[in-house]
Ligand binder design. Structure first.
Ligand SMILES: NC(=O)c1ccc[n+]([C@@H]2O[C@H](COP(=O)([O-])OP(=O)(O)OC[C@H]3O[C@@H](n4cnc5c(N)ncnc54)[C@H](OP(=O)(O)O)[C@@H]3O)[C@@H](O)[C@H]2O)c1
Length: 234
């Protein structure tokens, strides 16, 4: 049995959950029976997004909406889905709302679009990656996991299974395992241990390549890692 299997059900707060990436993850996890809190800078926008997810996921789904800091206080699994240009300021603002022992799962992709450049070009981050920047900004005792960068939000918001692996990077092995379990709840997704948080730089950069491929070929590209033993995929 996994070390996290016996954990009580805990809500997942999706910070910036009104955008396509956050709403898509929330929809998939709501379908899987997870309790979801959509976070937004505006409580009404959060509630509207939560209602939209609830309509798609059905009556049995547990989805609510709150302003970001209230959502943070109400959960100890925090899924961050905001643009890179807003990530640092938002994390500083939310610092006092995060509880020690929480997990922050960061899907932020630093793209040159944040500074007026192309979405198909990655942006250099002083700390190495957006996830490592997040790790510098969260309070002591909050673990950062990098994951879900390579999943298409467009496909997450549809009903059919995805065709993509999720590479999970963290310096906290328990937090990484919990994140892999959440990833594996999305139909068609295999989760893979990607090692330490410093590897997030590579995973984030792959998304810039995928965006370029989507523009070139007009699709919704994902990734599959081949050649690992079956136990590596979870
Ligand atoms: N779209 C994809 O396919 C995809 C796939 C993988 C990873 N990602 C990454 O996931 C993150 C979210 O992607 P997205 O496409 O959902 O982004 P988005 O629609 O641009 O933004 C998501 C939400 O973030 C909030 N937000 C926007 N600017 C903000 C700011 N300056 N400060 C605080 N909050 C702000 C907004 O919510 P409120 O206005 O309601 O607060 C918005 O609805 C990005 O970092 C992206 O690179 C995206």
């Amino acid at each position: 049995m996994s070390s996290t299997a016996a954990r009580p059900i805990r809500p997942i707060a999706v910070i910036g959950g009104t955008g396509p990436a956050g709403m898509g993850l929330a929809l998939r996890w709501a379908h899987a029976g997870e309790t979801i809190i959509i976070g937004s800078r505006d409580a009404q926008r959060a509630q509207a997004a939560a209602e939209a997810i609830q309509r798609k996921a059905g009556n049995q789904a547990r989805v609510s909406g709150m302003e970001n800091s209230a959502a943070c206080s109400a959960a100890d699994i925090l899924m961050l889905t905001v643009p890179f240009e807003g990530q640092a300021a938002l994390l500083k603002q939310l610092k006092n709302s995060m509880t020690p022992g929480s997990i922050l799962i960061d899907a932020t992709v630093p793209l040159a679009a944040a500074v007026g450049g192309r979405a198909s070009r990655p942006l250099g981050v002083w700390q190495g990656s957006a996830a490592q920047q997040a790790a510098e900004l969260v309070p002591h005792g909050v673990s950062v996991v990098a994951a879900f960068h390579n999943l298409s939000a467009e496909l997450l918001n549809r009903e059919e299974p995805l065709d993509c692996d999720v590479i999970v990077c963290s310096d906290d092995s328990d937090a990484a395992q919990l994140t892999r379990e959440l990833a594996a709840k999305i139909p068609g997704v295999r989760a893979i241990d990607g090692g330490r948080l410093e590897n997030a730089r590579i995973v984030e950069n792959i998304t810039a390549l995928l965006i370029g491929l989507n523009i070139r070929h007009k699709g919704h590209a994902g990734i599959r890692i081949t050649g690992l033993p079956p136990a590596a995929y979870r």
